[in-house]
Design a protein around this ligand. Sequence first.
Ligand code: EPZ
Length: 422
Amino acid sequence: MDKFVIEGGVPLHGTISTNGSKNSALPALAAALLTDEEVVLERIPRVRDIRTMERLLVDIGSEIVVDEGDSERVVLNTKTIVSPEAPYELVKTMRASSLVLGPLVARAGRARVSLPGGCAIGARPINFHLAGLEHLGARIAQEHGYIEAVAPDGLKGAHVVFDRITVTGTEDILMAAVLADGESVLENAAREPEVVDLAHLLRKMGARIEGEGTSVIRVQGVAKLHGATHEIIADRIEAGTFVIAAAITGGDVCVTRCVPEHLGALTAKLAEAGVTVTQVDDTTLRVERRNGTLLPVDMTTEEYPGFATDLQAQYMALMTQANGISIITETIFENRFMHAQELMRMGANIRVDGRQAIVAGPSRLTGAGVIASDLRASASLVLAALVAKGETVIDRVYHIDRGYEKIEAKLSAAGAKIRRVE
Ligand code: EPZ
């Protein structure tokens, strides 16, 4: 199992470029199941979760050609659905596998998808996906740990109100609704940029969608979708992680190929904390914190356009260096503070009380052996290690490989002393 060895104390300088979004690429890949024509996706990050999704699609019946060069292009062709199934072996390693549910029922009239089971950051059930499909006329049964969804006569357009905002739930039902007969209205839909990106791809494939990016999405079902070419948006969570890396090390970094607008909640907090963030052009943010004191700023995670839960752990690492007490409230997942314990092993002063973490800074962090528990928790440990005195060894970095492509190379190029060891 790989580890990262990080020697802290170097302010980052230079340019770090952003990859395509993992959480946009995953539904885009699943959307290719909706047509028997060729779908070409560009800027697909070469991270582990994407490989898992590609493996799943090949088992289902897709032919996939991957170009790992600069375009990071993936060409998908699904002439026939051979096996409309997502097995436990894959779903247990990646919950986003449930994104094939909607497309499979819509295209093949049938899907068999393993229930995901427990997760490091919370219960994360898929009941809203299932309720949405039922509204669209699918019959759902559960047996042997699997969900069986069938709609032999096709799906029917319907009014679906999500009990709670769900990102992949909105994406799953949107992908089902585009091939349903008649109009569907999705209310309390997620407004995340990844949902908008999916709607753009589906529209290129011939879908009739309005209202993406708002909480009400209207879909006029069509009989058939066709092939399309689409470039995935920038990964706002990866970009946000680099923005925080610059801030925590007291560096001066340009984060390029990102969408500054998607990072509004983060950059607003950083400005309050005393970090200078400037938009250089449409796709570049410059982050500077040279010798400046960092101020403590409370933060509550929310659905987009609020502060992303996927940046909460990284923000907590930053607040360990702020001059005073900050309160971080997690509202999306019930168990997403696993990183706090590891940060404390490095010398942070954090008290977790239910859904709140009270961080008292500034702490002098020191290098230690720590264990990554999930993707974003791992990122926060990397950030803490970049300012810790001495050497930090982060175990189980396969978690970080799920969502960050070559993070050690990107950070090294900006001066960080980080290396991967087997
Ligand atoms: C997406 O997960 C992201 N994953 C997550 O990114 C992200 O943390 C999350 O949205 C929140 O922004 C992908 O896009 C692939 P939700 P998702 O459904 O869709 C509850 C990362 O680090 N809920 O919006 O699974 C759920 O338990 C990851 O890249 C139900 O109760 O999240 C949670 O409390 C991890 N029933 C809340 O809703 C359901 O049927 C929001 O979850 C669905 C969700």
